[in-house]
Design a protein around this ligand. Structure first.
Ligand SMILES: [Zn+2]
Length: 54
């Protein structure tokens, strides 16, 4: 399984790589774990990860 999910800023023309250092918020819903990343450009990108077993 993948421990880390590579993601990129969704802002048009930005596409900076986002990592844990950019992660400002983590919360869980029925759909899994969601993480909000704030890019240096100011855009916030939200990712969804499937819930891990265990
Ligand atoms: Zn950006």
């Amino acid at each position: 399984m993948l421990d880390e999910i590579a993601c990129r800023c969704e802002a048009t023309g930005c596409e900076r790589q986002l990592d844990d250092g950019n992660c400002q918020l983590v919360f869980r819903t029925e759909g899994g774990e969601r993480r909000a990343y704030e890019c240096a450009c100011g855009h916030v990108t939200v990712t969804v990860a499937a819930p891990s077993k265990g």
